[in-house]
Each structure stands twice: as C-alpha cells, then as structure tokens.
Design a protein around this ligand. Structure first.
Ligand code: HEC
Length: 266
C-alpha cells in the first residue's frame, strides 16, 4: 500500500478504518483527544489556578452560583465566551461546540457538584429561556421578572405595565424582549447633541460602583459612544452597560471595558 502524500489525510483514513472496525481506541491520534486531555491543553491554565476570576475546577463553591441560571447558560458561556472577561469563545481554542460542551461536563464532574444544584439547574433550563439579561435579572428563578427584579432599571420600571401585555403583574421573556426593543428604538430615535450626551454618560458612569475615571475613558461622537478601560470585575462592565443603554439619544454603545482580573495575566 502506498502512503498518500498528506500524512494528515493518511491518519484520517487509518482512523476511519479503525473506527469502522471498532478499534479506534487502539491508537490515539491527535483527533481522538478526550475531554480531560482537551481541558488540560486549553482550559487548565486558567481554570486550575483560578486566574482572571475563572472558576476553579475542583472547588464547587466557585461553580454553585454559576449553575443557578441553568446549565444551558454555562455551556453557552463556554461556547460563546463571556463579554468583558478573559473567557473567550470556546476558551480561545479551536474546538467544536460539542467538544466544548464535553469539556464543560468534565469540569463540572471534576468539581463534584451536589446533585441538588444540578437538579435545580436542570429545572431552570426547562423554562427554555435564552435572553442573557432576562436570565441575569430573574434572581428568583421563576422564569418571570417582577417589578422588584427590574427595580435597578428606573425606565423599565416606569414602563412596566405598558409592556406587561397580559396584565399578570410580571414580564415574560417575550414581554421583556418587546420592552427592550421598544425602549432601545425610543432611545435611538431621540436627537441629542454630543455635549449633552457626554455629560449624561459621565454622570451615568460616575454612578456605577467600581468605575474609576483614571482607568476608564470614553468618547461620544455623532451620538455614538465608545467606552474603554479597566474595571475590577466583569460585573462592573455589565452594570455600566445597563446604565448606558438608558441614555436617551445614544445611537450606539461600544463597551470595551475589560475586567482587572484579565490584566493580572501579564
Ligand atoms: C484565559 C483564561 C481562560 C481560559 C483559557 C479558559 N477560561 Fe473559562 N473562564 C475564564 C474566566 C475568567 C471565567 C469567568 C468569567 C467571569 O464570570 O467573570 C471563565 C468561566 C468559564 C465557565 C463558567 C461559565 C458560566 O456560566 O459562569 C466555563 C464553563 C468555562 N469558563 C469553560 C472553559 C472551557 C471549557 C475552557 C477551555 C476550552 C476555558 N473555559 C478556558 C477564563 C478562561
């Protein structure tokens, strides 16, 4: 038998033949890495020591709060990455979605999580929610937003009944999405000059705990805002985003804040 010119292709053919014969486990080509091996190669550098605020594998206290919004969110955060943090999409590795999920399963198993936490996570997943902001705000984990759950957002609170279409006193995910879309449209439609916007942005950011103007800079031009700099924790960037997206007249918000945890890398 002649060896083909591309060794990779050759390896694939051999693997395919072995798989067909049920013998793939007999050799371990690079393409057959286990989740544990992928974890070691791509994730452990952050998730073993817990650098940049990464939840440590093996320490279940680091994982418990992350399970509350459901397992789907955990998988999704691993696949899509977490904005403003060192957690890049797929951990920055060239892995398929299924491979990333398998690595997450390995990480969770290695963290010995209590069965009750996994059960509660599965229960929340059954609501089939997907809006990150909605899920983040649903602290009672009942699949709906109450007035008190949106109290940090005065504009939404003020418009609560306008968007509670079925008048049941709470917002479903669909009602919340409609509210967000409408409020965003209204925000963008307003015409406000850059100087006024600059003052409003300054005021909004100053009210966010954890923003230090020595490390955070922003610029408004043509109604579009760019914010960049360093904050102590990813949560601060999220709070900043919440405050900014309610400023009437801002056409676009580009939030490039990074959490300080990330900086300790260098
Ligand atoms: C450069 C460091 C880094 C690498 C590499 C990395 N992570 Fe992360 N990861 C983080 C940080 C930081 C967080 C926490 C972000 C936050 O919540 O502030 C995180 C969070 C997570 C979470 C929790 C998600 C949630 O819902 O809270 C999972 C799951 C995860 N990473 C999986 C992975 C997997 C799988 C890999 C490898 C394929 C990986 N990570 C590689 C830094 C890293």
């Amino acid at each position: 038998m002649n060896i083909p010119p591309h060794p990779q292709g050759f390896l694939r053919i051999v693997t395919a033949l072995l798989m067909a014969a049920g013998l793939a486990g007999a050799i371990t080509p690079a393409t057959a890495a286990t989740p544990a091996e992928r974890y070691t190669q791509f994730c452990a550098m952050c998730h073993l020591p817990g650098v940049h605020g990464a939840p440590k594998v093996g320490r279940h206290d680091d994982w418990l709060p992350r399970l509350k919004p459901g397992l789907n969110m955990v998988y999704r955060n691993a696949v899509e990455g977490m904005p403003n943090t060192a957690m890049l999409a797929r951990g920055g590795a060239d892995l398929s979605e299924a491979e990333v999920r398998a690595v997450v399963d390995f990480m969770l198993a290695a963290s010995a999580l209590p069965a009750s936490a996994l059960r509660n996570a599965a229960r929340y997943d059954r609501f089939g929610l997907s809006d990150r902001d909605f899920i983040r705000r649903d602290t009672s984990r009942d699949g709906f937003l109450s007035r008190s759950e949106v109290s940090a957002d005065p504009l939404l609170l003020k418009n609560f009944s306008r968007f509670d279409s079925n008048r049941d006193g709470r917002l479903s995910e669909t009602e919340y999405r409609n509210a967000e879309t409408a409020l965003e449209r209204e925000r963008i439609a307003a015409n406000v000059d850059d100087a006024t916007l600059t003052a409003a942005v300054k005021q909004a950011l100053a009210a966010v705990r954890g923003i230090d103007f020595e490390y955070v800079k922003f610029d408004v031009s043509g109604g579009e805002l760019t914010v960049k700099g360093i904050v102590g924790h990813a949560e601060v960037a999220v709070r900043a985003q919440d405050a900014l997206k309610r400023i009437t007249g801002l056409k676009r918000i580009s939030n490039n804040l990074v959490s300080g945890d990330q900086i300790s890398w260098d």
